[in-house]
Ligand binder design. Structure first.
Ligand code: CMP
Length: 140
C-alpha cells in the first residue's frame, strides 16, 4: 500500500481535557507518524471555511462555534494507507457507534464533540493539509 498523508485535528473537547498526548499515542501505536503539528485557536470563520462542504447541514453553525471554542491541534499523519488507517483509529463519527479501543469510543462526548477529525479521501487530504500547513512545515 502507498505511503499517504492525512490531515488530523484534535478538537476543542479533547484539548480542553488535556488528551492530546493520549490521542497522539493512539496514532503512533497504529504506525502513523506525526510529520507536522501545531496548536492553534480558530475563529468561527476559519472553522467555517474548513467545513464549508457541510454549510447546508443543520449542525453547521454549532460545528463552527464548537471548533472555535478552545484551541485545536492540527497535524499531518503519514504512513501506509494513512487515510483509512486514521479513520480506523478514530472510530465512527458518532461515539455510540465507535468500535472499542478507538479514539472516539474512549474519548468522544457526542457526535458533535467527537474529539478528532480526519480526512476522508486523498483529494480532501491534500486540500485540508494545504489549508493549515505550508510544504516547509511537513517534515517526514
Ligand atoms: P468530522 O469528522 O470533523 O466531520 C464533520 C463533523 O460534523 C463531524 O466530525 C462531527 O463533529 C460533526 N457532526 C456530524 N454530524 C453531526 C450532528 N448530527 N450534530 C452535530 N455535529 C455533527
Amino acid at each position: 500500500m502507498a505511503i499517504e498523508r492525512t490531515l488530523s485535528i484534535i478538537k476543542p473537547d479533547a484539548t480542553a481535557r488535556n488528551l492530546t498526548g493520549k490521542i497522539n499515542a493512539k496514532f503512533e501505536d497504529a504506525g502513523l507518524r506525526i510529520v507536522a503539528q501545531k496548536r492553534i485557536q480558530l475563529t468561527p470563520a476559519q472553522a467555517g471555511k474548513f467545513y464549508e462542504v457541510h454549510a447546508s447541514r443543520p449542525f453547521y453553525g454549532e460545528l463552527c462555534e464548537f471548533m472555535a471554542s478552545a484551541p485545536v491541534v492540527v497535524q499531518v499523519l503519514e504512513g501506509e494507507g494513512a487515510i483509512a488507517k486514521n479513520r480506523e483509529v478514530m472510530g465512527a463519527t458518532n461515539p455510540a457507534d465507535a468500535a472499542p479501543g478507538t479514539i472516539r469510543a474512549e474519548f468522544a462526548q457526542s457526535v458533535g464533540e467527537n474529539s478528532v477529525h480526519g480526512s476522508d479521501a486523498p483529494e480532501t487530504a491534500a486540500v485540508e493539509i494545504a489549508y493549515f500547513f505550508s510544504g516547509l512545515e511537513l517534515v517526514g
